[in-house]
Design a protein. Structure first.
Length: 477
C-alpha cells in the first residue's frame, strides 16, 4: 500500500492539447469533475431511497450534507483506489468519516461501484454533449455567415485534386454547414441513449435494492436530470462507444475543412488563407513563411481521434455481467476524445471567423490550364444538338490540342468544330463560368435555411444534467 501522501502523477504533458486544448472539456473530465460526479450520484441515491422509505429523511439529509468534495481527502482516496482497483470504496469511506457510524452504513446502500461510476460518467458525458452542441452552434453560425457572403464568389470545383467545373466558395461552405447540422442532430438523437442512469447492483438484477428497486431508480434518474434505464448496461457499452464515435466524426469534419484550407492556401493556388497576425505561422529560419497552423492542428487532432476510436469496439467486448479489463479502456480514451472534439471545434472557428478569401484569384484560376474547367459546360451545350457521344469526342479533341499546343480550350474548340463541320453548333459567345453554376446558390439557401430552422426550433440544445443537490436535502418532499 502507498503512503498517505500518495497522489497520482499529473497527466503526461500533451503539446497538442497544451496549444489547442478546449478548457471546457478539459475541466469536465478533470479529477475534481470525476469525484464531484460520483458524489452527485451518491447524493441522488440517498435522496431517492428516502423518497421510498429505504432511508429515513434524516439519514438522507446527513448523507447529502456529507457527500461533498471538501470532505474527501484525495490522498487517501487514491491510495485506497490504487489498492482496491476502483475509487468508490474509498470514496464511501471518506464521506463516512463525516457521518455517525449508523448513517455511514446506510450510504451507498445496495449499489455497486459501477452504478456510481457509470452514472457519474453519464453526468460528465451529458455536460460534454451540451458543450459540444454549443461549440457546433458557434461554428455553424460562422460558416453560415461566410457561405452567404460568398454565395456568388465563383471558383473552380475540384475533383481528384484537379479543376472540374465552376462552383462558388459559398457552395463549398454550404456542404460543411450541412455536415455541422447533421452533427447537431446526431447529438440530440444520441442523448436518450447516452444520458441514462445505472443502478442495478452487483449482477444487474437490482436485488439488493429490494422490491422498490424500480421506483428508486426512477427517482434517482429524476433527481439527476437523466433518463431511467429499465435494463442494466454495466457491460453494454454501445452508448459510450457512440459518444466516442460522435467526438471522432465531429473532429474529422473539422479536419476536412483544414485539409481544404491547406490546399487552397498553397502559393500555386492562393485562394483561401487562415487569419493573419504578425508572426502567426512563422518559421524560425524562413522569414516569409505564414504556415497554416490552425489547419495543421486540426489534422493532428483528427488523426489522434481516429487512433483512439479504434479502441471503442473493444469496450463492447466485455462479457457476462461485468468487464474484466475492457472497462478500463474507456477511462483513458473517452475523455481524450471529448477534449479532441471540443478543441477541433474551437480551432475550426478560429479559421472560419478569420479566413481570408481572394475572390480575384479564384476567378483567375478558372482560366488556368487553358480554361479546360469549362469543358463540360461547352460539351453539354453542344450535346443538345449533336448528342452526348459526339459532343464529348469533339470537346475531348479540343482539350487535347489545348494542352499539347498550349492554346485555350475556346481556340481548340473552334478549330475542331470548323474541321468537323460543326462550327454552327458552338454558342456565341462560349459559355462562361458564371453561367454554369447549376444549383450552387440554391444549395447555399437550402443549407442555411435548414441550419436556421434547427436553431429556431431549439431542438439541438442538449439539456445539462444536474450535479448539485441542496445540502439540506430539500429535494425530499
Amino acid at each position: 500500500m502507498q503512503s498517505a501522501s500518495f497522489r497520482p502523477q499529473a497527466p503526461t504533458f500533451s503539446l497538442l492539447t497544451h496549444l489547442a486544448g478546449d478548457s471546457e472539456q478539459l475541466a469536465l473530465y478533470s479529477e475534481r469533475s470525476c469525484v464531484e460526479s460520483w458524489l452527485a450520484a451518491e447524493r441522488a441515491l440517498a435522496l431517492a431511497q428516502a423518497e421510498h422509505g429505504v432511508l429515513t429523511r434524516a439519514e438522507a439529509r446527513s448523507i447529502v450534507g456529507a457527500a461533498r468534495y471538501d470532505n474527501v481527502d484525495l490522498n487517501t482516496l487514491w491510495e485506497v483506489a490504487r489498492n482496491v482497483g476502483y475509487p468508490v470504496h474509498g470514496l464511501v469511506r471518506e464521506v463516512g468519516r463525516s457521518l455517525d457510524p449508523h448513517t455511514a452504513g446506510r450510504m451507498h446502500f445496495g449499489a455497486t461501484t459501477q452504478d456510481i461510476m457509470d452514472t457519474g460518467l453519464v453526468l460528465q458525458l451529458v455536460r460534454s454533449l451540451s458543450a459540444l452542441d454549443g461549440a457546433l452552434g458557434r461554428l455553424g453560425d460562422a460558416v453560415m455567415r461566410k457561405a452567404v457572403e460568398h454565395a456568388h464568389t465563383v471558383m473552380p470545383a475540384r475533383t481528384h485534386a484537379q479543376q472540374a467545373v465552376p462552383t462558388t466558395f459559398g457552395t463549398t461552405l454550404a456542404t460543411l454547414l450541412a455536415q455541422l447540422t447533421r452533427h447537431r442532430e446526431r447529438l440530440t438523437q444520441a442523448l436518450p441513449r447516452i444520458g441514462v442512469v445505472e443502478l442495478f447492483g452487483a449482477g444487474g438484477t437490482a436485488a439488493a435494492f429490494g422490491p422498490k428497486s424500480g421506483a428508486i431508480r426512477a427517482s434517482f434518474a429524476r433527481i439527476l436530470g437523466l433518463r431511467d434505464a429499465t435494463v442494466a448496461w454495466h457491460v453494454e457499452r454501445d452508448g459510450i462507444a457512440e459518444f466516442g464515435w460522435l467526438c471522432a466524426t465531429i473532429t474529422a469534419t473539422c479536419a476536412k475543412l483544414a485539409r481544404n484550407i491547406v490546399d487552397l492556401s498553397r502559393a500555386e493556388i492562393g485562394e483561401v488563407f487562415e487569419p493573419y497576425a504578425d508572426h502567426r505561422g512563422a518559421s524560425s529560419t524562413m522569414p516569409q513563411k505564414v504556415n497554416p497552423i490552425s489547419s495543421e492542428i486540426l489534422i493532428g487532432l483528427s488523426g489522434a481521434a481516429g487512433a483512439l476510436l479504434s479502441s471503442l469496439p473493444r469496450i463492447q467486448e466485455a462479457g457476462h455481467e461485468r468487464a474484466a479489463g475492457e472497462w478500463q479502456i474507456e477511462w483513458q480514451v473517452v475523455p481524450q476524445l471529448a477534449v479532441l472534439a471540443g478543441s477541433a471545434l474551437n480551432e475550426a472557428l478560429v479559421i472560419v471567423d478569420g479566413m481570408r478569401v481572394d475572390a480575384g484569384r479564384m476567378r483567375a484560376n478558372l482560366d488556368q490550364d487553358s480554361g479546360l474547367v469549362m469543358a463540360e459546360a461547352q460539351m453539354m451545350h453542344i450535346a443538345g444538338v449533336l448528342g452526348h457521344n459526339q459532343a464529348h469526342d469533339m470537346v475531348h479533341e479540343a482539350a487535347t490540342r489545348a494542352r499539347s499546343r498550349r492554346i485555350t480550350l475556346a481556340a481548340g474548340l473552334r478549330e475542331v468544330a470548323s474541321e468537323w463541320g460543326h462550327l454552327d453548333v458552338l454558342p456565341d459567345p462560349l459559355v462562361e463560368p458564371e453561367d454554369y453554376l447549376g444549383e450552387a446558390v440554391v444549395a447555399i439557401r437550402q443549407a442555411t435555411d435548414r441550419w436556421a430552422a434547427t436553431e429556431a426550433a431549439d431542438k439541438t440544445h442538449v439539456p445539462i444534467a444536474r450535479l448539485a443537490v441542496e445540502a439540506d436535502g430539500s429535494e425530499i418532499q
